[in-house]
Design a protein around this ligand. Structure first.
Ligand SMILES: [Zn+2]
Length: 275
């Protein structure tokens, strides 16, 4: 999965040290990221790639092993010759894996910082925290912490079959599992039952937690659950959310080649007869 980065270690502690010239710069524009493509991989910009890098204002994000990652709010991307903005989906199938994880995790933080420039209570400009990863209002003392939206991924079993679906309005051939965000006041198990009923009109039982996964593209943490169909297997599709949903025999379950998503791992585990 995207967070499995082998022997590398993701340091999430907030230690906003100044950058050095070999540290990495994450530069996003909407859902694209600035990289330099190589024959079989890609490079991220480093501070030594820009002139007068010591003078650039920076936001410290995190570290992987000894490498620090930063956003530069005032960076002029054209200073980085040879680098181009590429669609963020490269994180799905590129190497090295630890940099792909950095791309998607940095995107979550970038999106949060971009939406937290002003205080939601009094409208004054927010300042970055010095000891914690948060934005602080010097006027009314409001604190804004990083926003993570909990969501569930649901694998619905019907004896030897699994329910697979496709999202509406997306150009993807990939099958997915039922998914949705947790509402205020719900347990994760409540979310499972509600989302399954809303999207495909089915009742479920034996809800069993599997694993979780950070998913920066949607600013969420995903919790995966297996469950069993309870009663009638007739699907009533919510066509605003899904374009299709159907039962697949275990042996016929298709999955894509890229080893990044919790959804894919759960489909494969069922296919192998392990769940
Ligand atoms: Zn304020």
């Amino acid at each position: 999965m995207i967070q499995d980065i082998g022997t590398h270690y993701y340091h999430n502690e907030y230690t906003p040290v100044p950058p050095s010239e070999q540290d990495f710069i994450l530069c996003y524009n909407e859902k694209t990221v600035l990289i330099k493509k190589t024959e079989d991989s890609f490079l991220l910009p480093r501070f030594c790639d820009i002139p007068n890098w010591e003078k650039e204002p920076y936001i410290y994000l995190f570290s992987i092993d000894e490498h620090h990652f930063y956003i530069l709010p005032k960076l002029e991307p054209s200073l980085l010759s040879g680098f181009t903005f590429e669609d963020l989906v490269i994180f799905r199938n590129e190497n090295p894996k630890e940099l792909c994880f950095a791309l998607i995790t940095g995107f979550h933080l970038f999106s949060w910082y971009k939406s937290r420039k002003f205080c939601g209570k009094c409208g004054q400009k927010l300042l970055p925290g010095t000891k914690e990863r948060m934005m602080y209002c010097p006027h009314c003392h409001n604190r804004e912490y990083p926003k993570i939206s909990p969501a569930v991924i649901v694998a619905i079993r019907n004896k030897n079959k699994l329910l697979l679906s496709k999202y509406a309005g997306r150009n993807t051939t990939r099958y997915a599992l039922i998914a949705g965000f947790t509402e205020i006041g719900e347990t994760l198990e409540d979310t499972v039952k509600r989302e399954v009923m809303e999207e495909v009109g089915l009742r479920v039982k034996n809800i069993q937690y599997y694993k979780s996964q950070p998913w920066g593209l949607s600013g969420s943490v995903l919790s995966g659950f297996y469950c069993d169909l309870d009663g009638d297997d007739t699907i009533t599709l919510d066509q605003t959310e899904l374009s299709t949903a159907q039962w697949f025999e275990r042996e016929e379950i298709p999955y894509d080649d890229y080893d990044v998503s919790l959804t894919r791992e759960m489909m494969i585990q069922f296919k192998k007869g392990l769940y």
